[in-house]
Design a protein. Structure first.
Length: 97
């Protein structure tokens, strides 16, 4: 029904607020929700993305058009560089400051 209302994009986190960090994000549920889209509305998914490989995997296997990163960026602010360049970036402690 969201698409009928004319939304520009759909964002889904694969874990409820009540679950907090007690469970991992449910990427199978994310895939199910993505597959129910009636149109090509962009589908943005998030939850437990801590590496560029995970981001690519979720886009390829779980129907996400884009990935939103939260906690992973707090732990590794350079994660966005890794994702855009599709490589690990082993930076020194001084570069992290």
């Amino acid at each position: 029904q969201l698409e009928e209302w004319g939304v520009s994009a759909i964002t889904l986190h694969g874990r409820t607020a009540r679950q907090r960090y007690t469970k991992l994000a449910d990427w199978d549920y994310t895939k199910e929700c993505s597959s129910r889209r009636a149109t090509n509305t962009p589908f943005i998914a998030c939850g437990d993305v801590l590496s560029w490989e995970e981001a690519e995997e979720h886009k390829a296997q779980h129907g996400a058009d884009a990935i939103m990163v939260g906690r992973g960026a707090l732990m590794k602010p350079w994660l966005f560089t890794e994702m855009s360049e599709k490589r690990h970036w082993d930076i020194s402690a001084s570069e992290r400051l």
